[in-house]
Write a protein that binds this ligand. Structure first.
Ligand SMILES: [Ca+2]
Length: 287
């Protein structure tokens, strides 16, 4: 896949301007295959401009229905609009090569650590409960939260359903995004999102920016109100912890490079510098 990062021998790598999206794209592969192996055959053909979008939606609705999407989801699909800004962002992704130090500086690691420590100190019972249930320590979850959305300050301004459906239609990475589009429509069916829910340019949701297919698979109702809400901090961090646990997080084991849980961080984001940054910030927050 063209978007995959290219490692080099000194541990630097090319990563894309849309920092977190690679993680979601890589981690979406597994769910992608599992959804694609469902009985529904995806027959609708992709397009590179908005002109074929409406006709494609009609075809895609049949596939979505076969994949188990119900009336609310199908309605959201019908009402989705071609997301010009998403396509523009996707076409104009630039890659950079940063050292770990430079990456951490650009992403404001010191600020994330300082604010993260305060967040942990303000709510120790919450983070202790998450660690007890999922095994993931506070520092890791807080570092991810800070990196992904600045602790919920920047969660995106694109309509999730329109963005992800447009990416599914667009020929560039249709196969990758189709399962996430189906996932988004199922999230609508479940009431987790609506057609108006806002997220990032590639349809990433909530505090820690899950792609919809991953949100569907790993989302949990952390606050027990009967609904999985990625814009609720408790639900979102519980879902993040659940993702890491499901990917093999071992309670009480280390997460620095070379330690067992670093391999799990590698599944959260494909960029080496991102993985290392989370490990460093997490340890500093938890110190
Ligand atoms: Ca909830």
């Amino acid at each position: 896949m063209a978007i995959c990062p290219a490692h080099d021998s000194v541990g630097q790598m090319v990563f894309l301007i849309f920092g977190g999206v690679m993680r979601r794209i890589l981690s979406g592969l597994a769910i992608g295959f599992s959804l694609l192996s469902a009985p529904a055959a995806i027959a609708a053909s992709c397009g590179n401009t908005s002109s074929g979008f409406e006709a494609w939606k009609v075809d895609f609705a049949k596939d979505a229905k076969k994949a188990g999407v119900k009336s609310k989801g199908l309605q959201a699909l019908a009402q989705s609009r071609y997301a010009t800004s998403t396509i523009s962002a996707d076409r104009n992704q630039k890659s950079f090569r940063y050292s770990l130090d430079k990456f951490m500086q650009i992403r404001g690691a010191d600020v994330i650590v300082a604010q993260g420590r305060k967040r942990k100190a303000a709510n120790p019972a919450f983070f202790a409960a998450l660690e007890k249930q999922y095994g993931v320590p506070a520092g890791v979850l807080i570092a991810i939260h800070g990196m992904e959305t600045g602790f919920g300050r920047f969660m995106g301004d694109s309509k999730v359903v329109s963005a992800i459906v447009t990416l599914a239609y667009d020929c560039r990475r249709s196969e990758f995004f189709i399962p996430h589009a189906i996932g988004a429509l199922k999230l609508v069916d479940q009431g987790a999102i609506t057609g108006n829910t806002l997220g990032a340019k590639h349809g990433e949701l909530g505090h820690t920016q899950f792609l919809p297919g991953n949100a569907l698979t790993y989302g949990v109702d952390g606050n027990g109100d009967g609904r999985v809400d990625f814009y609720n901090l408790t639900d979102s961090l519980a879902s993040t912890a659940n993702y890491l646990r499901q990917k093999g997080w071992k309670k009480g084991r280390g997460y620095q490079p070379g330690e067992p849980n670093f391999a799990v961080l590698q599944q959260w984001n494909a960029a080496t510098v991102y993985q290392q940054a989370i490990a460093i910030m997490g340890a500093r927050i938890d110190k």
